[in-house]
Write a protein that binds this ligand. Structure first.
Ligand code: NAP
Length: 308
């Protein structure tokens, strides 16, 4: 156990990410006291049953009273409304953060409600699974995953460093970048891949010549891996696409061009070009394994973190 970095943490939203933060913070002794709240009585009751927090309160305003660190863990489209609610109740000198998968819109929507006497340090732990809710979380979710901080210009360096230390204690590696750069990087590494998975699973569902039972039966051919990603939370991902529109559309434009060029290679029997591309992509997979961001093990339905 380490020396606590914060006295009192308020976690707003106890889904996969919020409940994993609660579990990891407790496991590592990162904070002295955890206060939690969620929108629905159902989730709040479950948090009590699971014993994830020292105190579970009904409102967001109540949760942040006296908290030194506040982490908002709700879908990105809801961050602005939560910030508006908690703004007047924040403790002077507190650090306010989030975990949203999009950063530009969160900085815009939350930033305007932050009083001058708090430190606003948006963050995105690039770690997740396709499961949701307080039961889905686990303390090791962030181990060896990246957490990206996007502090607005002029943010107190000490506050940024303290939040970075908190994430490191939870097992993450920390990097800092601008919200704009974050949104472009994540558009290609996470958002577009999710859209491709949603699209291909949707296409298979609409097929007429291949039955649904055949799709399920022969899914190990590759389809199955897309279905895991396409099972991700619908509300969270709706908000990601609506809030990172520009970067996603830009990447999709490039993707469509590259897809058209693949179509041409197949049509013109250009085996050499296909092989050259597949060799390049195989090298990227090797790089990911070498960087410790995945393992060689065949993915036969093992519990598996993926990066969102
Ligand atoms: P989740 O398991 O679905 O939990 C979402 C939480 O937000 C729940 O506590 C829910 O409350 C609450 N919530 C939903 N809509 C709300 C609203 N309109 N107002 C207030 N609270 C609301 O989601 P999650 O996976 O933890 O995702 C939370 C955040 O983490 C999102 O911003 C997402 O972009 C980000 N993130 C997710 C992943 C991932 O892989 N899942 C990875 C990195 C970052 P109730 O339970 O009471 O309904």
């Amino acid at each position: 156990m380490s020396q606590p970095l914060f006295d009192k943490i308020a976690i707003i939203g106890l889904g996969l990410i919020g409940s994993s933060i609660a579990r990891a913070a407790r496991a590592q002794g990162a904070v002295r006291e955890i206060v939690a709240t969620a929108r629905s009585p159902r989730t709040r009751n479950r948090v009590v049953e699971l014993g994830l927090a020292d105190q579970v309160v009904e409102t967001n305003a109540e949760a942040v009273e006296g908290a030194d660190l506040v982490i908002v863990c709700v879908p990105v489209g809801a961050c602005g409304a939560v910030a508006k609610e908690i703004g007047p109740h924040l403790k002077p000198g507190a650090t306010i953060s989030d975990v949203g998968s999009v950063k530009r819109s969160v900085v815009r929507d939350m930033g305007s409600h932050m009083p001058k006497n708090v430190h606003f340090v948006p963050a995105h732990p690039v770690a997740g699974t396709e499961h949701s809710g307080p039961d889905a979380g686990f303390a090791e979710l962030f181990t060896n995953r990246w957490c990206i901080l996007t502090p607005p210009e002029g943010t107190d360096a000490e506050a940024v460093e303290r939040l970075a230390a908190f994430w490191r204690l939870l097992g993450a590696k920390v990097e800092t970048m601008t919200p704009e750069h974050h949104d472009i990087v994540l558009a290609i590494t996470s958002h577009v891949p999710h859209l491709i998975a949603y699209n291909i699973v949707g296409t298979a569902a609409d097929m007429e010549e291949v039955t649904q039972s055949e799709v399920v039966k022969f899914s190990a051919g590759g389809f199955r891996d897309f279905t895991r990603i396409a099972a991700s939370d619908p509300v969270m991902w709706r908000d990601v696409f609506l809030n990172n529109k520009e970067a996603v559309l830009e990447m999709l434009g490039r993707f469509s061009e590259d897809l058209a060029s693949l179509q041409r290679m197949i049509r013109w029997d250009d085996g050499a070009a296909l092989e050259a591309l597949f060799n390049r992509t195989r090298a990227i997979r090797r790089g990911i394994i070498e960087a410790g961001q995945d393992t060689e093990a065949a993915d036969f339905g093992r519990p598996h973190g993926h990066d969102d």
